[in-house]
Structure formats: C-alpha cells, structure tokens
Design a protein around this ligand. Structure first.
Ligand SMILES: NC(=O)c1ccc[n+]([C@@H]2O[C@H](COP(=O)([O-])OP(=O)(O)OC[C@H]3O[C@@H](n4cnc5c(N)ncnc54)[C@H](OP(=O)(O)O)[C@@H]3O)[C@@H](O)[C@H]2O)c1
Length: 235
C-alpha cells in the first residue's frame, strides 16, 4: 500500500469538506473549521492572521511536514447590488477574503514549504460559477472562484519544475446544506431540469475527484480543472 501523506484540508466540519476528510481517512489529516470542533483547527478566514496561524498549527501537528493542501472552505452569501455602497463593498470584500485571499495565503505558504522539501500538491475546490457566472446577488462568489482557477493555473505553470503540482475541481450544485438553500431560493426542483444527469452531485462524488487529484493524478495533469456538474455546464 502507498505511504500515508500529511494533508491539510480546510472546511472539514460539514458538506464537501467532511466527505473529503472521509475519502482521505487513511492519510494523516489536519482538518479545519471556523469554530474548530472535533479536533479541527479553528480559523475564521475573514481574519488573515488566523489563516496564517492555521498553516503553522497544521505544520506543528504534522511534524513540520505537509504533502498536500486542499483549499475547500468557502462561503456563499448574497450581496445584492441594490443595497448601500458600504454594505455591498463589505459583502464583496468578505467573500473575496474567505474564498480567494485565504486560499492564496495558504497556497503561498504551501509553495514555499514544498520548495524546501522537494514537492507537493495543492487542490483547490472552486465552482462551476468560475466559468458560468452566478446569480446577480453573487458577483463576488463567481469572481472569487474564477480567481481560484487563475491562481491554480499560475501555480501549476510556475512551479511544476520543482515538483509542485496544482489542480482544481469545479462542482456544480452539490447536495450539502449550502446547495439545499440555494436550490430552494432558485425554485427547487425546476433547476434539476438544467442538469442532464437529472440530479445534483453528491458530496462524495466531489470528494472522490479531490482525492484522486491529491493522491493519484499523474503529474502531467498539473493545471487541470475537473468539472463535476452532471454536464449542466460543459466547456
Ligand atoms: N455545495 C455546492 O453546491 C457547491 C458548489 C460549487 C462549489 N462549492 C464549493 O465547495 C466548497 C465546500 O462547499 P460546501 O457546500 O461543502 O460548504 P458548507 O457545507 O457550507 O461548508 C463550508 C465549510 O467552510 C467553512 N467556512 C465557512 N465560512 C468560513 C470562514 N469565514 N472561515 C473559515 N472557514 C469557513 C465552514 O466551517 P464552519 O462549519 O465552522 O462554518 C465549513 O467547514 C466551497 O468552497 C464551495 O464554494 C460548493
């Protein structure tokens, strides 16, 4: 059997992150959530100092050696353009900070560490919204996920020669709390008519894709972005 790897996964308290943790259970995982229950490291990504502290806490728990970083934590909050200037800007900044800047800060620390130790992998959980856009109340969400894709490709191209690989997954609707809220807010079952597969993805399907990229994907696939959306958006 292949060796156990040291892996930091963000947002493991529920949804897709909990399934990623389960899919990688044979490895040494440090999980994370906002409040840090069940042994997860606590870090609120709206505070960049807590993001940096998460990396060093994970390094400590994993004996100073991380092989894989999985940026999964994310938020999906409405910011309608009709609200006041300050409220709109605050909503934009918070989503960009939590979804993109935190992932970038962790990726930077990971690349610096991977350089020292001779390689490593980053898997970013982005979204179909990166390519397709999102609702008028979610400009920031789509922009943050598109930013993740640009970052992933930049890391892949910039550091492949140092055995540092980067991948992204773009889930469509995925059956977690977040997706249920979203489906309800968009008319529920009618949305399913837009998905040729006839159903939303399961968290386990997304997690298996992340697991494969983190562990098994061939190095030549670095920079790849895999869609998991039932062919609701093909590109
Ligand atoms: N579900 C979908 O339909 C879907 C579709 C496309 C992409 N995605 C992406 O997949 C990833 C996981 O989504 P999910 O549906 O599994 O989400 P979820 O069930 O809402 O879980 C979100 C995770 O992120 C953490 N998180 C939320 N706000 C945070 C903050 N301010 N600081 C640090 N951590 C925070 C949560 O921790 P707490 O439990 O402590 O709040 C939780 O562990 C996200 O990046 C999301 O954008 C989801």
């Amino acid at each position: 059997m292949a060796e156990s790897l040291n892996i930091l996964v963000t947002g493991t308290s529920r949804g897709i992150g909990a399934s990623i943790r389960a899919a990688l259970a044979r490895h040494n995982i440090v999980g994370h959530s906002t409040r840090g229950r069940d042994g997860e490291v606590a870090a609120d990504f709206s505070d960049i100092a807590q993001v940096t502290a998460l990396w060093w806490e994970a390094m400590g728990r994993l004996g100073g050696h991380i092989d894989v970083l999985i940026n999964n934590a994310g938020m999906f909050e409405e910011t309608p353009i009709e609200q006041g200037d300050d409220g709109w800007l605050a909503g934009w900044e918070k989503t960009m900070q939590v979804n993109l800047t935190a992932s970038a800060a962790l990726s930077r620390l990971a690349v610096l560490h991977f350089r020292e130790k001779g390689g490593g992998r980053i898997v970013n959980v982005a979204s179909r919204a990166a390519y397709r856009g999102d609702s008028p109340r979610h400009w920031h969400y789509a922009a943050s996920k598109a930013g993740m894709i640009g970052m992933t490709k930049t890391i892949a191209r910039g550091y492949a020669a140092e055995n540092i690989l980067a991948f992204a997954v773009c889930p469509g609707f995925t059956m977690t709390g977040m997706a249920e809220d979203y489906l309800d807010s968009r008319g529920g079952a009618k949305l399913l008519a837009d998905i040729p597969l006839g159903r939303v993805a399961s968290a386990e399907e997304v997690a298996e894709t992340v697991r494969w990229l983190a562990i098994d994907a061939p190095p030549s696939a670095t920079g790849a972005v895999i869609d998991v959306n039932g062919a609701s958006f093909v590109r």
